[in-house]
Every structure is written in structure tokens, then in C-alpha cells.
Design a binder for this molecule. Sequence first.
Ligand code: FAD
Ligand code: FES
Length: 257
Amino acid sequence: MALPKMVVRSKVLANELIGPLVWRLTLSAPQIAAVAKPGQFVHVRVMDSLAPLLRRPISIAEVYAAEGTISLIYRVVGQGSAIMAEAKPGSELDLMGPLGNGFSLEAERPLLVGGGIGLAPLVYLAQALCPRPVTILMGGRTKEEMYWQDIFKNLCQNIYITTDDGSLGQQGFTVDALDDILAKGNFDFVYSCGPRPMLAGVARLAKLHNVLCQVSLEDYMACGVGACLSCTCAGNDGKRRKICSDGPVFMAGEVLD
Ligand SMILES: Cc1cc2nc3c(=O)[nH]c(=O)nc-3n(C[C@H](O)[C@H](O)[C@H](O)COP(=O)(O)OP(=O)(O)OC[C@H]3O[C@@H](n4cnc5c(N)ncnc54)[C@H](O)[C@@H]3O)c2cc1C
Ligand code: FES
């Protein structure tokens, strides 16, 4: 049964810079914390005024249900996220959510693969999969972007890192390291979020190694609730999918080759 879409006023508890242009926003949102699943997102109204008009979709990165708090990890890329970065503790934000579907939690031996800010939803996924042995492969441009290590170190048994410039971990993209990791490990599920070319590579290799794979697509969105069709993508069966309400999490074979 579909849950009702909640709109809540949520108090900002903290809003801290954790990496280059990347912030962690901690919010009191007990109603959302109580029901949110890994992979779901909230649609944030960044201002009470009309500009910017649209809400901004941001993944739920951490959930502490007992405390009634959630956190969002976001990169400042434009007007909406820049306004979010100015939110001060004690102020309030209007959140709609949790929206979309979540990742399957059926894995026994999960491998998480994330690139850049796509690592954000994988934090809550790793939280939810614990105490199962979680392995993560994370990629970024430089070691300065690998503040994710601190976030994942208590959640994952094994951490593999790639950086584009080789300043930390293996030089190259996550997909360059993935074939070996899949060959060595005995994984039964791959979960991935990040740039679309990375997702396509992850899906291809997971299929090659015969491992189930889910991907989270982070595309442009407007309404966030399946009403406006601005977020659709092609499914492999010829039918269109709404990323906001049919996704953002899909079985890889549903939306990628
Ligand atoms: C389901 C979902 C979950 C997301 N989770 C996160 C998250 O956890 N953390 C995070 O930092 N971001 C996340 N995003 C992306 C985030 O929504 C956008 O970065 C944000 O809306 C940008 O708003 P803005 O007003 O700051 O930028 P805009 O002024 O709207 O855009 C600035 C620049 O960013 C580009 N851009 C904007 N939105 C997207 C997008 N969805 N995909 C690719 N490029 C985009 C624009 O083309 C433009 O170049 C998520 C998106 C979706 C759909
Ligand atoms: S954003 Fe409106 S249908 Fe998905």
C-alpha cells in the first residue's frame, strides 16, 4: 500500500561543510525518520518565497529513527543548493517525503558502488545492511573528495577507493576496479548510485558476473510525485518509467543495457 506523501516543517539541527562544496544537513524529522527506506529521497523547498519555485530532490543519507533525525549530504551546484547551504541551526525547512522507492535489502553479501555525491544514498543503505558484511567501492576525482572514507569506515568491512588522478587508491574510475573486485568477492547484490556512464558500466559488469544489481537514477525532477512527467526515462521493455515514483531505484536490467 502506498504511503501518504508527507509534507513536514523540519528544524535544522546542523549544517556543516564536510568536503569541497559538500554539506551535511541534519534535520529533526521524526515522521520521515520513522518510515524512510534507503534509496528514498526528500523534496526540499529551499525557500518560503516563490523563487526558486521548484523543490530540490535530495537523498536521505542517514537516519537515526530513535532520535527522530535524518541527514542530507548535498553538493552546492546552483541556486537551490546554495540557499540550502545558508540554512542555520534553529531555522526550518519544508520537506516532502520520503519519496520514491528504496533499495532491496535482501542482500547477504552486498557490494556498494558509488561515485561522487552519488555516495550519499549509499550511507543509509550501508547503515540498514549492517551487521551484514558490506563492501564499498567509492570513486571521486581527487583525495580531497574522499571524505566519504570517514563516513563509511564504521559501516563497511572493506573499502576500495579510486580517484581520477590517482591521489588516493587506484587511479581511474570505479568501473576500472570493479571487474577484479567482483571476481575476487562472493557478492550476491550490487547497489550503485553515481553518474550515468558509471551506472551503465556497473550494470554491465554485474551482469557479466551474474550478480543482481540495482541502480539509483538521479535525474532532473519537478513535482517529485509522478504527476508532471518531467523525469521519465525509457525502460528496456519499451515503456517509460517515472524516476521519481517508479524509481529512483531500479533493477539495472529494467533501465540500463
Ligand atoms: C532522486 C534524487 C536524489 C538526489 N540526491 C542528491 C543528494 O543526495 N545530494 C546532492 O547533492 N544532490 C542530489 N541530487 C541532485 C540534486 O537534486 C541537484 O543537484 C539539485 O536539485 C540542484 O539544485 P540547484 O538549484 O542547486 O541547481 P540548479 O540551479 O537547478 O542546477 C545547477 C547545475 O546542476 C545541474 N543539475 C541540477 N540538477 C541535476 C540533476 N538531478 N542531475 C544532474 N545535474 C543536475 C544543472 O544542469 C546545472 O548545471 C538528487 C537528485 C535526485 C533526482
Ligand atoms: S518529477 Fe514529476 S513525474 Fe517525476
